[in-house]
Design a protein around this ligand. Structure first.
Ligand code: C2E
Ligand code: MG
Ligand code: MG
Length: 381
């Protein structure tokens, strides 16, 4: 609608934010569509309250000249001194939390610290219900194909956790995994995921499906378990699988929390032949000097860059830069969240190795996935 309407919208958003906060608070626009509010002496509870009011106010329709517009804000919150002692640190934390809020479906708010998040009532309910989810068999895995851009063949599969609650219906892992992480339940759940994924892969191999690497998401909490490498080896042995058919997906933050420790753990996993990749690459705060010491073989380009790469030249450049970085470090790349033919074509042209996303196949239940693979082998992408 042009700069003029954009400016009017920003001014009005600024007004609405200022109307919600107190006299002594500071509201600033950093650039683009990002605002920062600094609220001295505000605790988690009060911040939650303010965030709710901000969401409510900002989501009301805007009448700008002849246009009626609505927008969906996402709010990330960081607390002093828990999350940081200076502006830069707090800002980074709030930014990460905002990203999480966006991932959880936009029009929401999120705290940076898992502990803070655990304070909200919904979180407590989830936590209680999760304690019974495993034994009541409410958890399952879905499987999403990963295909090579050079051959079109299926090369891997990512296991994605699903929780179907009898009353609430499906609960997104983006919502319950952080809860399970803060309570420690992710250790038990994560072990179940690894075991189930390994058993499933073994069954598929026995059923004559082509060789695939099974990628499993690993939580930062699991990654810090000293017995992780042994546990993984035991599960592989139980399923009679060689280590190189398992890939552990780590996020940048899981590794950057304690880079030295992460390097040691990665070395132990790598020595045993297990593959590792970096999930959501580009959204965390990787230090490139660490990246070259991480024993990963693949970077997963975050879907936020892929989503707009055909329309936004900056996103296209970021994707290109990640592919070049990976190539020069001898790493493979896979793009996540590929939804269109145009994205696939552009990724192929840029030299990306593999893709995953709705364009190829959605996450599917095991039986459906098996049928998908059989059909795909007959007619590759
Ligand atoms: P992730 O590992 O980055 O997984 C990719 C997410 O993108 C999945 O969401 C997948 O369903 C979704 N997706 C795949 N293709 C497309 C596409 O083309 N377009 C769009 N819009 N989305 C696509 P899901 O299954 O809701 O999982 C969300 C996150 O939860 C995962 O992000 C991962 O971080 C976490 N998660 C899932 N399963 C596990 C698990 O077993 N353990 C742990 N620790 N985390 C898990
Ligand atoms: Mg993943
Ligand atoms: Mg991802």
């Amino acid at each position: 609608l042009g700069h003029h309407i954009g400016d009017l919208l920003l001014v009005e958003v600024g007004r609405r934010i200022s109307a919600v906060v107190r006299e002594q608070d500071t509201v600033a626009r950093l650039g683009g569509d990002e605002f920062v509010a600094v609220l001295p002496g505000t605790g988690a509870q009060e911040a939650t309250h303010i965030a709710r009011r901000l969401l409510e106010r900002i989501s009301q329709p805007y009448q700008l000249e002849q246009h009626e517009l609505t927008i969906t804000p996402s709010i990330g919150m960081a607390l002093y001194p828990e999350d940081g002692a200076d502006y830069q640190t707090l800002y980074r934390c709030a930014d990460t939390a905002m990203y999480r809020a966006k991932q959880e479906g936009r029009n929401g708010y999120s705290f940076f610290t898992a502990e803070m998040q655990a304070n909200s009532i919904r979180t407590l309910q989830l936590d209680n219900a999760l304690r019974r989810a495993l034994e009541r068999e409410q958890l399952s895995l879905h499987y999403q194909p990963q295909v090579s851009l050079t051959t079109g063949n299926i090369v891997g599969v990512e296991a994605l956790l699903r929780w179907n609650h009898p009353e609430w219906g499906p609960v997104s892992p983006a919502e319950f995994v952080p809860v399970a992480e803060s309570s420690g339940q992710i250790i038990q759940i994560g072990e179940w995921v690894l075991r189930t994924a390994c058993q499933q892969l073994k069954a598929w191999r026995d059923a004559g499906l082509p060789d695939m690497v099974m990628a499993v998401n690993l939580s930062a909490v699991q990654f810090r378990l000293p017995r992780l490498p042994e546990m993984v080896m035991d599960l592989l042995e139980e399923a009679q699988l060689p280590p190189e058919c398992l890939e552990l997906e780590l996020t940048e933050s899981a590794a950057m929390h304690d880079p030295q420790g992460a390097i040691a753990t990665m070395n132990r996993l790598h020595d045993r032949g297990i593959l590792m990749s970096v999930d959501d690459f580009g959204t965390g705060y990787s230090s490139l000097s660490y990246l070259k010491r991480f024993r990963v073989y693949k970077l997963k380009i975050d879907m936020s860059f892929v989503r707009d790469m055909c329309a936004d030249p900056e996103d296209a450049s970021i994707v290109n830069a990640i592919i070049n970085l990976a190539q020069s470090l001898g790493l493979k790349t896979i793009a996540e969240g590929v939804e269109t033919d145009a994205q696939m074509a552009m990724l192929r042209e840029q030299g990306c190795n593999e893709i995953q996303g709705y364009h190829v196949g959605r996450p599917m239940a095991a039986a459906q996935f098996e049928a998908w693979v059989r059909a795909h082998v007959a007619h590759p992408t």
